[in-house]
Design a binder for this molecule. Structure first.
Ligand code: NAD
Length: 333
């Protein structure tokens, strides 16, 4: 049995006081806000002069609006004081405990940047990529310090959608993962752990499944594009703001998810076949999913669980009362 804590594991528990964010596009600015709001100093690196000059103003504009809406626990000015902008990569990463890379989605650009980051930082500094689709083994596998490289893919924008996918490569150390989860927790971001690298990770695969069907429905002339958006925005999306699709199946059907899969599994399998996908839900997988959901929501309390879902929906509805969505008017024009 392992009894001693290695220096690296001990370091994973140490608070990180400053991070570097590389790239000041929309994702870089968003991560900077998330970390600075959590009390962490953020050193932003941006190559482009115009973007570098406007980075703090972009952050200030978003933070001020969030402050006006009562979303910040401290004043914008105090949060901005923790942000600095740098041109040179070596200056930006000096003394940081964690790096969040947010440059263009180009594997060659990321490979060259990670090569430099690996040389410029001690090997216990985590190097996380925000990439939406590229596994870190495609750009970090040859590096001497590859054990601290991984993907931390945020939902966009991360200051509102507080979840990120943590995707280690085979070579990523458990310490790097633990440090990452710890800093995300401090920044109030839920971590979703992927057990293996897969192109598109999970979030974009889920989004892709919905988009594939949406495009097919429009292409087949079944529904307009605007109505697809309305169905998701007013229906699925509203419900998904309090429960995910598996919990939806659990609570929408008397008999729970197991009953839901029995009745609707064959229907969904047929619909999939219509689109050329043959991947029916197996009894084993249904059992795995049901057991996971029932752990949080015991089936014996099904009626109470449904009441809690309704309670959550009522709270959302009451917060959205009077919400005038400017984008909906644009959609119907
Ligand atoms: N946009 C999204 O919805 C979204 C969501 C999640 C993750 N991501 C991922 O986040 C990353 C950034 O996305 P974005 O939309 O902010 O991109 P973007 O193109 O808007 O911004 C990238 C920035 O990085 C800068 N840059 C490029 N190379 C650099 C370098 N070597 N050093 C410093 N700065 C450099 C560019 O000048 C630019 O300002 C991508 O990998 C993307 O896939 C994007």
């Amino acid at each position: 049995m392992k009894t001693e804590t290695t220096p690296e594991e001990a370091r994973a528990d140490l608070p990180i006081h400053s991070v570097a964010v590389i790239g000041a596009g929309s994702i870089g600015i968003a991560w900077s806000i998330v970390f600075a709001c959590a009390g962490i100093n953020v050193r932003i690196c941006e190559l482009d002069d115009t973007r570098r000059d406007s980075a703090l103003a972009s952050a200030e504009s978003l933070l001020s609006e969030m402050e006006g809406a009562g979303l910040l626990s401290q004043a914008t000015a105090g949060i901005l004081e923790r942000m600095s902008v740098w041109e040179e990569l070596s200056d930006a990463v000096s003394g940081v405990g964690y790096v969040q890379e947010c440059v263009v989605e180009d594997v060659d650009v990321k490979r060259e940047l990670f090569r430099q980051l690996d040389q410029l930082t001690p090997h216990d500094v985590v190097l996380a990529s925000s990439t939406s689709t590229i596994p870190s083994s495609k750009f970090a596998s040859d590096l001497p310090g590859r054990a601290r490289c991984l993907v931390v893919h945020p939902a966009n924008p991360p200051y509102f959608l507080r979840v990120a996918e943590v995707v280690p490569a085979e070579f990523t150390s458990p310490t790097a993962v633990a440090t990452t989860v710890s800093i995300l927790k401090r920044a109030q971001i839920f971590s979703v752990h992927l057990n293996s690298e897969i192109e598109g990770f999970a979030l974009n695969r889920l989004q892709g499944a919905l988009l594939r069907e949406a495009y097919c429905l429009v292409q087949d002339g079944v529904i307009s594009a605007v109505d697809v958006d309305t169905l998701v925005r007013e229906g699925l999306g509203r419900r998904w703001s309090v429960i995910g699709p598996f919990t939806t199946s659990e609570l929408n059907t008397r008999g729970g998810l197991r009953q839901h899969s029995e009745v609707l599994g064959p229907v969904y399998a047929r619909l999939g076949l219509e689109r050329g996908h043959e991947n029916p839900w197996t009894p084993d997988t249904i059992n795995t999913v049901a057991k996971a959901i029932e752990q949080n929501l015991p089936f014996a309390s099904w009626e109470e669980n449904v009441r809690q879902r309704d309670h959550a929906m009522i709270q959302i509805a009451s917060r959205l009362k009077g919400f005038d969505n400017p984008l909906v008017q644009c959609e119907s024009e």
